[in-house]
Design a protein around this ligand. Structure first.
Ligand code: PLP
Length: 399
């Protein structure tokens, strides 16, 4: 008899995971993995933040039984997320017109939002940046949307093709969902300026588009408040919008899957109705969220001493990445690269679009054991004093 699964095709491998496998199999002792999407410390290790370890210890010492959480998660956590993202004293928060739910990482927040939007407006189209975090397209496609891209990266200008981006938004039909990276654009590292954000917000508002802000790196650009300022601009514009939050990077809590979705509505009554729908999405997907990671984050965010420690540790990560950008430029110049490399220090967040092409990235891998993505994306947060010299020499050799 024919097996039920006889016709199942092998799905393509995740390109980044494939790169990791290739890296792990490489016997070269000098190999460096710049393909990853995580922050490593100055010794190339994934950090356990002190604020996290302390909160964790407190929670374990006061160990509690594990009942189910409410469908929308821990109330104190959701409130802390609102405070962080929108400002605790902001009218939008105090008036109760934001619906916030705990999610499984930032991806979970995006998925809850996508499923809710699909019920709300099944015919809407989704626009993501060209290029974008590779899961944006897959996630919204799987939620049932037709996904297209708006122009973003301008390779020749080493920046953003803002004119083309704005034109694409202007041409989008009302109701189109526009996914925007709130800060630290993944993969390019290029963010809109404050003035450009205002122009984008104006078009989103006048064209009645639906902004969906993906905030996976708050605190990695200029600072927690500075990176959050864009949210303030959206609130000022008086439009309804979505924000997904991820604490994977900012708390180095990747595996705990801590995130959230917030939906900014016009009134408390509207937010209550939206929340009831978000809960149905959650209930029918995974019923309710896990306890531990969100408890850690809530403890840190609501305990002043731990909060201060977190801000310091997050600043440490941000400053180290910036230092690596500058050192990379210095070392590339020293290795003989003549080109203007200032774009590397203009980029923000964990990644740099290095400008190298696929053939050059493959040479980096094959000849030097330096692993980056074929698009030219390298993880600056994986550079350190020990490996940066070899990386710069190799890059200089292939350009
Ligand atoms: N959004 C962007 C832009 C990201 O870069 C990432 C992680 O790489 C995510 C969302 C997903 O975050 P999480 O691991 O919290 O689901």
């Amino acid at each position: 008899s024919q097996s039920l699964f006889a016709a199942v095709e092998m799905a393509p491998r995740d390109p980044i995971l494939g790169l990791n496998e290739q890296f792990n199999a490489d016997p070269n002792p000098a190999k460096v993995n710049l393909g990853v999407g995580v922050y490593y410390d100055e010794n190339g290790k994934l950090p356990l933040l002190k604020c996290v370890a302390t909160a964790e210890k407190q929670l374990v010492e006061a160990a509690k039984p594990r009942g189910y959480l409410p469908i929308d998660g821990i109330a104190v956590y959701d409130k802390a997320v609102q405070g962080l993202v929108f400002g605790a004293a902001h009218e939008a928060v105090t008036s109760g017109r934001i619906a916030t739910v705990q999610g499984l990482g930032g991806t979970g927040g995006l998925k809850i939002g996508a499923d809710f939007l699909k019920r709300l407006n099944p015919a809407a189209k989704v626009l993501i940046s060209d290029p974008s975090w590779e899961n944006h397209r897959a996630l919204f496609t799987n939620a049932g949307f037709a996904v297209e891209a708006y122009p973003y990266y301008d390779a020749a200008a080493r920046g953003i093709d803002f004119v083309a981006m704005l034109a694409a938004l202007q041409a989008a039909p009302a109701g189109t969902i526009v996914v925007l990276h709130a800060c630290c654009h993944n993969p390019t590292g290029y963010d809109l300026s404050p003035v450009q954000w205002l122009q984008v917000i104006e078009v989103l508002k006048s064209r009645q588009l639906v902004p969906f802000l993906d905030m996976a790196y708050q605190g990695f650009g200029q600072g927690i408040a500075e990176d959050g300022a864009v949210i303030e601009r959206f609130l000022e514009a008086g439009i309804d919008f979505f924000v997904s939050t991820s604490f994977s990077k900012s708390f180095s809590l990747y595996g705990e899957r801590v995130g959230a979705l917030s939906v900014v509505c016009e009134s408390k009554d509207e937010a209550a109705r939206v929340l009831s729908q978000l809960k149905i999405v959650i209930r029918t997907n995974y019923s309710n969220p896990p306890t531990f990671g969100a408890q850690v984050v809530a403890t840190v965010l609501t305990t002043p001493a731990l909060r201060a420690l977190w801000e310091e540790e997050l600043a440490g990560m941000r400053v180290r990445i910036k230092a690596m950008r500058e050192l990379l430029v210095t070392k590339l110049k020293a290795a003989g690269v003549k080109e203007d490399l200032s774009f590397i220090t203009r980029q923000q967040g964990m990644f740099s679009y290095s400008g190298l092409n696929a053939a050059q990235m493959q040479r980096l891998r094959g000849e030097f054991g330096i692993y980056g993505v074929d698009s030219g994306r390298i993880c600056v947060a994986a550079l350190n004093e020990h490996n940066i010299g070899a990386v710069a020499k190799a890059m200089a050799a292939v350009v």
